[in-house]
Ligand binder design. Structure first.
Ligand code: ADP
Ligand code: MG
Length: 148
């Protein structure tokens, strides 16, 4: 399988939001987006833009305590996960996550490294890195997408 790779630099919150929005507009059912990056990198900002791109009107916040939030008022259902509090994937079985990973909607997963062995094979990876040398608000965003 071929990989499509791109790098984007954002200079502020709004640019990351807009990148999320663009990808949300292009998203297709069954896709799983894994969002990596330190605390405060911008994963939730990206997710909020992504939700808007899907046409979701409700407020998107980090589902840190609930693990997952479902938004069904957009073009496709959005399953937003935050695995921050999980130590491995076994807890996922309890919430039936597999059903969402291979479902009719789009998944956004924050802190995917916490559930490594449980992720689907075909995922889109988005890494958000701060770039303090450039400036406080700069982010380097790397997107790796499998191309069939
Ligand atoms: P995470 O979910 O990765 O922990 P958040 O998205 O909740 O992070 O928070 C990112 C914070 O960084 C927000 O307060 C946002 O305003 C700020 N910020 C500054 N510059 C950027 C940028 N280029 N992209 C995204 N967020 C940024
Ligand atoms: Mg977050």
């Amino acid at each position: 399988m071929e990989k499509e790779y791109s790098e984007i630099i954002t200079a502020n919150r709004d640019e990351t939001f807009e990148l999320g929005e663009k990808l949300g507009k292009e998203a297709v059912a069954g896709e799983v987006y894994c969002l990596s990056g330190d605390l405060g990198a911008g994963k939730t900002v990206f997710s909020q833009g992504f939700a808007k791109g899907l046409g979701i009107g409700s407020d998107v916040t980090s589902p840190t305590f609930t693990i997952m939030c479902v938004y069904e008022d957009g073009r496709l259902p959005l399953y937003h996960f935050d695995m921050y509090r999980l130590s491995d994937g076994s807890e996922l079985e309890a919430i039936g996550a597999e059903e969402y990973f291979y479902g009719k909607g789009v998944c956004l997963i924050e802190w995917p490294e916490n559930i490594k062995g449980y992720l689907p094979e075909d995922i889109i990876r988005i890494n958000i890195d701060k770039d303090p040398e450039k400036g406080e608000e700069y982010r380097n965003i790397y997107i790796t997408k499998s191309k069939k």
